[in-house]
Design a binder for this molecule. Structure first.
Ligand SMILES: Nc1ncnc2c1ncn2[C@@H]1O[C@H](COP(=O)(O)OP(=O)(O)OP(=O)(O)O)[C@@H](O)[C@H]1O
Ligand SMILES: [Mg+2]
Length: 338
């Protein structure tokens, strides 16, 4: 267990800079999740921490030690990949102990560490099986076990659950969260999955184009996004954005022909308000509103509408039919002014 710090860390592939001077502190024992659009640099940054990619500039420290140019094996990190990368000809126990065997760790110590990890991951009964005789979730647990036996200071996960089906993902998500509690290790976890990010993270790092947009606790990002990008990225379905015009101290919403009461700091050329789908009350039978699609998930409905200005909006509702008219609920919530 150790803390990690990145200071002005940058990465170039040839002439192209893909990570631009990132600063980040991850505290000892923290579960830190990287999110961001495809290609924003999540895996690259993780691989730089692991030492699998060279760092072009800046300093990476683990437990206060500068590891920027240290060999991957000597950094005290263990990485779990999306593809489990297990050796097919080796048993579960051999797969888990492989790294230790390579490091010439005594056999008895390996056995004891493998048994301990197998117990944590409920793999005790499967130690003699080959990977082909395991389910996807079990294989992923072996890959995690391989990381655990190494006793790393920092665990690095790159979308470890994305090859699993929905049910297994939920199961493994809960198991990983429990594992984190149990061993209290520092973990960095890359995911595309909003639910994983929101439920597992102590701290979420939102990346875009190789830069950090915001770092914070999940609900901090949800309730107080620093900018429009984070507002639109965190939350599923995504936040709605509506064009508004200042009218005195209030806003006029042309698409809905409504005025909403809200003071705003300094008018810029183009103003928008952001409203979460669960905060948006629209009379869907109102003039100029077209309902495009209603997705009924059983416990919740997502109503997709198009405003008279052509803005696509999503309203989420457990009881849509009984909801009132715009803008009752958004008056209760401070909108994001951009
Ligand atoms: N070996 C490489 N050579 C050149 N460019 C690369 C290399 N690896 C990654 N890149 C580029 O670096 C950028 C960041 O890639 P990276 O794989 O870190 O993204 P990501 O956020 O993990 O995306 P995804 O969510 O799709 O996994 C991308 O533009 C990618 O094309
Ligand atoms: Mg990636």
């Amino acid at each position: 267990m150790a803390d990690l710090s990145l200071e002005q860390v940058a990465k170039n592939f040839g002439e192209t800079r893909v990570i631009h001077g990132v600063d980040l502190e991850v505290k000892s024992g923290e579960f830190c999740v990287f999110v961001g659009p495809s290609g924003c640099g999540k895996s690259t940054l993780l691989r730089m921490v692991a030492g699998l990619e060279k760092t072009s500039a800046g300093v990476i420290k683990i437990a206060g030690r500068d590891v920027t140019h240290v060999d991957p094996a000597d950094r005290g990190v263990a990485m779990v990949f999306q593809t489990y990368a297990l050796y097919p000809h080796m048993s579960v126990a051999e797969n888990m102990g492989f790294g230790l065997r390579m490091n010439k760790v005594p056999k008895a110590v390996i056995q004891q560490k493998v048994a301990h990890a197998a117990q944590i991951l409920k793999l005790d009964a499967l130690l003699d099986r080959k990977p082909k005789a395991l389910s996807g979730g079990q294989r992923q647990r072996v890959a995690i076990g391989r990381a655990i036996v190494r006793d790393p200071d920092v665990f690095l996960f790159d979308e470890p659950l994305s090859n699993l089906d929905a049910e297994l993902r939920v199961e493994m998500r809960v198991e990983l969260a429990k594992l984190h509690k149990q061993i209290g290790a520092t973990m960095i976890y890359v995911t595309h999955d909003q639910v994983e990010a929101m439920t597992m993270a102590d701290k979420i790092v939102v990346l875009r184009d190789g830069r950090i947009e915001q770092v914070g606790a999940p609900l901090e990002l949800y309730n107080n996004p620093a900018n429009r990008f984070v507002a639109g990225f965190i939350g599923s379905p995504a936040m709605n954005f509506l064009q508004v015009l200042p009218r005195g101290d209030d806003f006029f919403v042309p698409a809905l022909n409504k005025v909403i009461a809200c003071s705003h700091a300094g008018a810029s050329q183009k103003l928008e308000i952001g409203v979460r789908p669960e905060r948006l009350d629209i009379d869907v039978t109102g003039q100029g509103i077209t309902v495009e699609l209603v997705e009924k998930l059983g416990n919740i409905n997502f109503v997709h509408v198009v405003s008279s200005l052509g803005e696509r909006l999503t309203i989420s509702s457990t009881l849509h039919q009984s909801r009132g008219f715009w803008p009752r609920s958004i008056e209760k919530k401070k909108p994001v002014v951009l």
